[in-house]
Design a protein around this ligand. Structure first.
Ligand code: F6P
Length: 370
């Protein structure tokens, strides 16, 4: 009999419970394995905080949001412990063996795959499932959580449209996605945003303002600007480059990337608010910022995410039964397939600038600020 451990790591995502259920029910019912959960990501495995999953806990969770196991962004090799950051990989490996595990299933994105790869390199059998609302995991067509967040962000844009229209305002709506713009692009198209700003396409705020003024001249004195959390303007990029040239104040022996992180933190703080103010200034129209934030991650998964999570979860149990480890279970068209962790770990799947969706959005007049 095989013993499976399972944990959820990184930001939560609708469909995590459906995936836990998919892995668990297939493993227990179909393959006759045992399954045990670890709480709060890699931290729970390090602290050996377990959660039983073979006593009915998998029932009634298909439709629920969040993760019944809890999650954290902790990494095995950089774990905050007693005020220090320590490499706790060996403790995690020890608990894997103490629990007699044959495989550890990690539900997470590209960062989680990187952590799992480290454990694979220590000799553990690991498998990951791709979850994130950002849809930015390499090697898979799609991640679970994305479809739900897309629905929420689209509905938000629909609602913002009517109020923007009534007040003749610009509404700048910030959509999650700090490195990839899939969510802002999808919701922007589905919600008919007039401007979509993505991390992949640095924008010029003057071009955005002119697109809005042009709409006003054409009798539409309201606009929706869908901005991905990580979108950057050409002006911000220039300021960032300038700042990183100089040593940060008071830091003599700083590392180059310290300064970059400091500079980015300063530049990115309140940027949606600042963008709204700037557009107000440049267009003479009133502007309001709306940050959708974690609303996009909460609540029940959509039907599509429940289906995807179930597909990937059950395929995961089948791979364990076959003894295929060191992979992420990816969605490829209607099929699922194992992809080596090395091909996924730490990678970010960004939106290509010539992606068909971008071209299509341009055809209907969407402005990308470039
Ligand atoms: O990766 C998922 C995500 O929701 C990103 O879109 C967002 O930038 C980030 O997590 C927010 O993280 P946190 O939950 O730590 O605020």
């Amino acid at each position: 009999t095989k013993y499976i451990g399972i944990l959820t790591s990184g930001g939560d995502s609708p469909g995590l419970n459906a995936a836990i259920r998919g892995v668990g029910k297939a493993a227990l019912g179909h393959h006759g394995m045992h399954i045990i959960g670890f709480r709060d990501g890699f931290r729970g495995l390090m602290e050996n905080r377990t959660a039983p999953l073979d006593g009915g806990q998998l029932s009634g969770i298909l439709t629920s949001g969040g993760t019944i196991l809890g999650t954290s962004r902790d990494k095995p090799h950089k774990m905050p412990v007693g005020g220090k950051i320590l490499d706790m990989t060996d403790a995690i490996v020890g608990n894997y063996y103490d629990n007699h595990l044959d495989c550890l299933v990690c539900l997470g994105g590209g960062g989680t795959a990187k952590n799992a790869l480290r454990l694979k390199q220590k000799g553990l059998n690991v498998i990951t499932l791709p979850k994130t609302i950002d849809n930015d995991v390499a090697g898979t067509d799609i991640t679970f959580g994305f479809d739900t967040a897309l629905g929420i962000a689209t509905e938000a844009i629909d609602r913002l449209h009517s109020t923007a229209h009534s007040h003749h305002r610009i509404i700048v709506v910030e959509i999650m996605g700090h490195r990839a713009g899939w969510l802002a692009l999808g919701a922007g198209i589905a919600g008919g945003a007039d401007v979509i700003l993505l991390p992949e396409i640095p924008y010029d705020v003057e071009i955005v303002a002119e697109a809005i003024r042009e709409r006003a001249r054409g009798g539409k004195p309201f606009s929706i600007v869908a901005v991905a959390e990580g979108a950057v303007s050409k002006q911000e990029l220039a300021a960032l480059a300038e700042r990183t040239k100089k040593p940060a104040k008071g830091k003599v022996n700083r590392k180059a990337d310290d300064t970059e992180a400091d500079a980015a933190a300063i530049l990115y703080a309140d940027r949606t608010l600042r963008l709204a103010r700037k557009l107000e200034q440049l267009t003479g129209l009133e502007a309001r910022p709306t940050i959708l934030g974690h609303l996009q991650r909460g609540g029940a998964p959509s039907a599509a995410d429940r289906i995807l999570a179930t597909r990937l979860g059950t395929a995961c149990a089948d791979l364990i039964a076959k003894g295929t480890f060191g992979v992420m279970v990816a969605a490829k068209g209607e099929a699922t397939r194992p992809v080596k962790l090395e091909e996924v770990a730490g990678k970010v799947k960004t939106v290509p600038q010539d992606h068909p969706l971008i071209l299509s959005a341009r055809r209907v007049g969407t402005n990308f600020g470039d």
